[in-house]
Write a protein that binds this ligand. Structure first.
Ligand code: MG
Length: 381
C-alpha cells in the first residue's frame, strides 16, 4: 500500500476510543474496528434486511449485507487511489447501515412516526447506538468501543437537536465542520453503489426497462458505449456491461475531481479537512448533475412503482402494528442487553424493532398481531 497522505486518518492521529484499550499487536486500529463490525450480530442480520425489495422477494436482489459489501468495494478503491486510510474507509462502509430497520425506508418512516412523541427515529443515529451501546459482546465496555473516526463516519447525518446530546462527536454538526475524508468517501460510495445496483435490481425485477432508463444522460452514454463496443449485445450482458461502465466512470470522475479539490484546499491534516468548510470528496459538476438525474428517475419510476409502493404499505403496517402490540404488552419484549439505559419503554421497543430482519418482523407480526393475516394477502409479503 502506498504511504498515506498527510490528511488521511491514521493510528497516530486517531482521537481514540471511548474506553481506552491496549493497541492491537498485528492490526491497525481501524482493522480492529472493521473486524469487530464483521463479528457483530447486527452485521449478520443485514443479510435478511431489505434494500429496496423485501428480503424473500427473490434470491437475486441486493440485501443490506450485499449492499454494504459493494459500498466497501467502491469505497476502498477510491480511498486507495487518494492515499487515504483504506481500513477506516472499509470499516465505515461496512457499518454504515447497521441501524437500518427491516423493510428499508418504509420501515424507517413507520418507526419514525411511531416514535414522534419520543424523539423520533434516525437510522444514522441508530447505527451509532448499535456500535456504541446495543451490541452486547465485550466484558469491559458496552457496544464495540470503536474509534472516534469510525463513529464519525457512521454518523453521516444528524439533526442539530440530537447533535447537541452527542458531545464531541456531535460538534461537527453544531460547528458546521466536515468529517474526515474516509467518511466522505464512504458517503459517496454508498450513493454510487445504490444508484447502480437499484438500476440492476429494477431491471431484474422488470419494474424498469433499459429503453425507459435511456432518458437519463448517463445511461444513454454508457448504453451507446456498450452497444458500439459489443454490437448485438443483449439481456444481462448488456445491462451488466452498462452498469460496470457507469460505476467506472463515476468512480474515475470522483477520484480525479477530489484530487484537484484536495490540492486546491491545501489541507495538511485531518483537522484541516474537518475545518475546510466544504466537502472535498465530490463528483465533478457535470457528473453530479447526471448522477442526480438518474436518482430522480429511480425515485419516480422504481421507488414509486406500484409494486414497490404496495410492499412499502404492507411493511409500514407491520412495523406500526408491532410497535402498538409491544406498547400494549411490554412483557413480549426481550430482556434489554447488559447495561443498556433505555430512556423509555418506547425506546426499548424502537431498539427491538429496528434490530429485526424482514422475515423476523413478518413472523412476529403473524405470531402476536394477526395470526394468518399475511398469508391471506395477495402479492408480496
Ligand atoms: Mg447504504
Amino acid at each position: 500500500m502506498s504511504p498515506l497522505a498527510c490528511y488521511a486518518a491514521s493510528d497516530e492521529v486517531s482521537r481514540g476510543r471511548l474506553s481506552t484499550e491496549q493497541p492491537p499487536s498485528f492490526r491497525s486500529q481501524y482493522q480492529r474496528d472493521r473486524d469487530r463490525i464483521i463479528h457483530s450480530s447486527a452485521f449478520r442480520r443485514l443479510e435478511y434486511k431489505t434494500q429496496v425489495f423485501v428480503n424473500h422477494e427473490g434470491d437475486m436482489f441486493r440485501t443490506r449485507l450485499t449492499h454494504s459489501i459493494e459500498v466497501s468495494q467502491i469505497g476502498r478503491t477510491i480511498a486507495r487511489a487518494l492515499s487515504l486510510n483504506e481500513d477506516l474507509t472499509e470499516a465505515v462502509c461496512l457499518a454504515h447501515d447497521l441501524g437500518h430497520t427491516p423493510f428499508g425506508h418504509a420501515g424507517q418512516e413507520a418507526l419514525n412516526l411511531c416514535m414522534k412523541d419520543f424523539g423520533g427515529f434516525e437510522h444514522n443515529l441508530q447505527s451509532l447506538r448499535v456500535v456504541d451501546v446495543l451490541e452486547d459482546r465485550y466484558a469491559d465496555y458496552p457496544g464495540l468501543n470503536l474509534t472516534y473516526e469510525t463513529r464519525e463516519g457512521i454518523l453521516k447525518h444528524c439533526s442539530i437537536a440530537k447533535a447537541k446530546t452527542l458531545g464531541e462527536l456531535g460538534q461537527r454538526f453544531t460547528h458546521r465542520q466536515q468529517p474526515g475524508l474516509e467518511s466522505q468517501v464512504a458517503n459517496i460510495a454508498d450513493e454510487i453503489a445504490y444508484n447502480n445496483h437499484d438500476v440492476d435490481d429494477g431491471l431484474r425485477a422488470d419494474l424498469i426497462s433499459i429503453n425507459a432508463l435511456r432518458e437519463c444522460e448517463i445511461i444513454e452514454e454508457h448504453y451507446q458505449f456498450t452497444v458500439d463496443r459489443w454490437p448485438g449485445i443483449l439481456g444481462r450482458r448488456l445491462s451488466n456491461e452498462l452498469i460496470r461502465s457507469m460505476i467506472n466512470s463515476l468512480v474515475t470522475d470522483l477520484i480525479e475531481t477530489s484530487k484537484v479539490r484536495i490540492e486546491q484546499a491545501g489541507v495538511r491534516s485531518i483537522d484541516d479537512v474537518r475545518n475546510a468548510g466544504e466537502a472535498l470528496i465530490v463528483l465533478g459538476e457535470d457528473m453530479q448533475r447526471k448522477h442526480i438525474q438518474l436518482k430522480r428517475f429511480l425515485s419516480k419510476n422504481l421507488y414509486n412503482h406500484d409494486k414497490v409502493r404496495n410492499m412499502a404499505e404492507k411493511s409500514r403496517h407491520i412495523v406500526t402494528k408491532l410497535f402498538e402490540a409491544y406498547a400494549n404488552q411490554p412483557d413480549l419484549l426481550p430482556d434489554k442487553p447488559n447495561g443498556v439505559e433505555a430512556d423509555s419503554m418506547e425506546c426499548m421497543i424502537k431498539d427491538y424493532i429496528a434490530g429485526m430482519t424482514d422475515r423476523f418482523a413478518i413472523t412476529e407480526f403473524e405470531r402476536i398481531v394477526k395470526p394468518g393475516a399475511l398469508a391471506k394477502t395477495a402479492g408480496p409479503i
